[in-house]
Ligand binder design. Structure first.
Ligand SMILES: O=C(O)CCC(=O)C(=O)O
Ligand SMILES: [Fe+2]
Length: 268
């Protein structure tokens, strides 16, 4: 079967993205909006067909040898260590992150993930869910990233810089590699960071593991919800695509941020 357009990547009955304003489309937008507002996340199950996932795995493995190894030790906001605070202050607790990333400029425009990211009906659909117009990020590397996590690699507790993050899980490991979050923690915890401190010291109060399977599209309020990916266990690599859209056009990362995440600079 050949797939000429990303409309063929999806089940047309469940996800009629090519028919905006149809009854099913409108209902889907409303349900997704409600879920995002009430729980901080919306999971569109089985968003792409298994055959497309298989293709995405192959296309990822084609370029995975060019991925950039990022190892970081950071607090939840990726800030510099504030030595004026007590050593055990939650803002001084640091997390290890270790993963490999494949930036957008290494992907082939014919790759399924690349095509999906650039597909206008998807951008229109996501804009309707978020309630404002989205634009593709202008950054030649960060607009679309594939995160690659091999055994023992993980993504430590953090908040995202963007209000909302959109991911597509492409391959999940045998065990571990679980996306866990504490919904809305940032809103409740601005004074003394005591709830943050509890989580960073191992409490699981308020912690929700999200049941994300390969093929699911996750829309996630990563600015307000503390989240992490637990260490991968086993030989199967975890692949996740991160689709970056912004509420205004022409948004780029700084050369410093590009250097940190991808080990080089590409300002377009
Ligand atoms: O790997 C994931 O599922 C999410 C990664 C994440 O939190 C991020 O890229 O900010
Ligand atoms: Fe994140």
């Amino acid at each position: 079967m050949t797939h000429r357009t990303p409309a063929d990547f999806l089940d047309r009955n469940t996800y009629p993205l090519g028919q905006p304003e149809s009854k099913t489309w409108t209902e889907l937008v409303n349900i997704s909006k409600k879920s995002l507002n009430e729980t901080g996340a919306c999971i569109l199950k089985n968003f792409v067909h298994q055959s497309i996932l298989d293709r995405m795995v192959i296309e990822t493995e084609h370029i995975v040898n060019k991925s950039h190894f990022c190892k970081d030790n950071h607090n939840v906001f990726f800030e510099k260590d504030d030595v004026s605070l007590p050593v055990d202050h939650p803002l001084r607790i640091r997390q290890d992150t270790s993963l490999n990333s494949i930036p957008y400029d290494l992907m082939d425009p014919a790759d399924a993930l690349h095509q999906l990211y650039n597909w206008y009906p998807l951008i229109t659909f996501l804009s309707a869910i978020l309630g404002h117009t989205l634009y593709r990020m202008a950054d030649p590397m960060a607009a679309l990233t594939l995160n690659v996590m091999n055994e023992y690699q993980n993504h430590g507790w953090h908040y995202d810089e963007s209000q909302v993050t959109i991911t597509l899980l492409i391959q999940k490991p045998e065990a571990g590699g679980v996306f866990e979050c504490v919904p809305d923690l940032r809103k409740f915890d601005t004074d003394d960071y005591s709830k943050l401190g509890a989580i960073l010291n191992g409490s699981d109060e308020g912690l929700v593991p999200l049941n994300v399977e390969p093929g699911d599209l996750l829309i996630f309020a990563g600015f307000y919800s503390l989240h992490r990916v637990t260490p991968v266990i086993g030989e199967t690599t975890r692949y996740v695509g991160t689709l970056c859209y912004k509420d205004r056009p022409n948004v780029m990362n700084s050369p410093e941020v590009q250097q940190l995440f991808y080990g080089r600079v590409n300002q377009g």
